[in-house]
Design a protein around this ligand. Structure first.
Ligand SMILES: NC(=O)c1ccc[n+]([C@@H]2O[C@H](COP(=O)([O-])OP(=O)(O)OC[C@H]3O[C@@H](n4cnc5c(N)ncnc54)[C@H](OP(=O)(O)O)[C@@H]3O)[C@@H](O)[C@H]2O)c1
Length: 245
């Protein structure tokens, strides 16, 4: 399989590159010119295409011939970087390619997510500060995801919980809606977020799903993964302790 990783030089991106190489995939990486050095550890094993991820020509070149595209959507900047990135991928990916995008729990697909007061306050405060200081625009990421949800491509939008570093614990578990008990711990190892993204490429159950994920060893995942009640909220094909990679 040939995959393109858009935003490969970030923390999530580098983990995805490693997982993709571990699976024997051919990797094309896109990252900003000034960040190419962050991918030095993969020199000779991947193709790097330097450029802005919202540059349509760069993306067109990078995704050519790729069976899958993994895209890190970030809200940084105030110039619709996220929306431009998503649109370029949607427009230029090969017909039928698997498209997997990353974002956070704050993105909702159907409005059925239930957020804690603390979470809402955090998002509102970050959004307000970011707009004020003009370093990020959460609405850009919202619009990027809206366009993905509306597209008829074979997409998955993976919604990450709070993140931490550390060794892999295995494939995160997921649910369709934030607020479901299985997600309550709100913590995932970043390396496992990346694992979920890469595994999604070959999991057709995740096509046109927006899984909200949480670490498989977190208390809420352990408490709910094996219970019949949890299984009903834990859609077929969901990750979990019993899923074999
Ligand atoms: N951080 C969290 O707590 C958290 C929680 C839930 C979900 N997520 C999601 O996880 C994904 C990865 O997030 P992360 O926080 O772990 O970050 P990350 O993996 O370090 O990725 C940051 C990405 O943003 C790019 N970037 C940084 N500043 C930029 C700018 N001013 N303009 C354009 N691009 C810029 C970086 O490119 P360079 O390498 O070129 O700098 C890199 O590709 C995102 O989709 C995020 O929404 C994060």
């Amino acid at each position: 399989m040939k995959v393109c990783i858009v935003g490969a030089s970030g923390k999530l991106g580098k983990y995805m590159v490693q997982h993709a190489l571990d699976r024997g995939y051919q990797v094309v990486a896109v990252c900003r010119e000034r960040s190419v050095g962050k991918l030095d550890a993969f020199a000779g094993r991947i193709t790097v295409i330097p450029g802005a991820t919202n540059d349509r020509e760069i993306i067109k070149q990078a995704v050519a011939g790729c069976d899958g595209v993994l895209t890190v959507l970030v809200p940084w900047g105030v110039h619709q970087y996220s929306t431009g990135t998503a649109q370029a991928v949607l427009d230029h990916a090969e017909p039928g390619a698997r498209l997997v995008f990353s974002c956070g729990w704050h993105i909702t697909r159907d409005g059925q997510d239930t957020y804690s007061r603390k979470f809402k306050l955090l998002v509102a405060t970050f959004g307000w500060l970011a707009r004020l200081l003009r370093f990020a625009d959460l609405n850009d990421q919202v619009e990027a995801c809206r366009r993905v949800f509306a597209s008829d491509t074979r997409w998955t939008v993976v919604r990450g919980s709070g993140l931490e570093e550390g060794e892999s614990q295995g494939l995160p578990v997921w649910s369709r809606h934030v607020g479901d008990p299985i997600l309550q711990s709100n913590l995932t190892r970043r390396v496992d977020f990346a694992l979920f993204m890469v595994a999604a490429l070959e999991n057709d159950h995740l096509i046109r799903e927006a899984p909200a994920i949480v670490g498989c060893r977190t208390p809420s995942a352990l408490a709910h993964t094996d219970q019949p009640e949890a299984a009903s909220r834990h859609p077929p094909g969901a990750g979990g302790r019993r899923q074999v990679l």
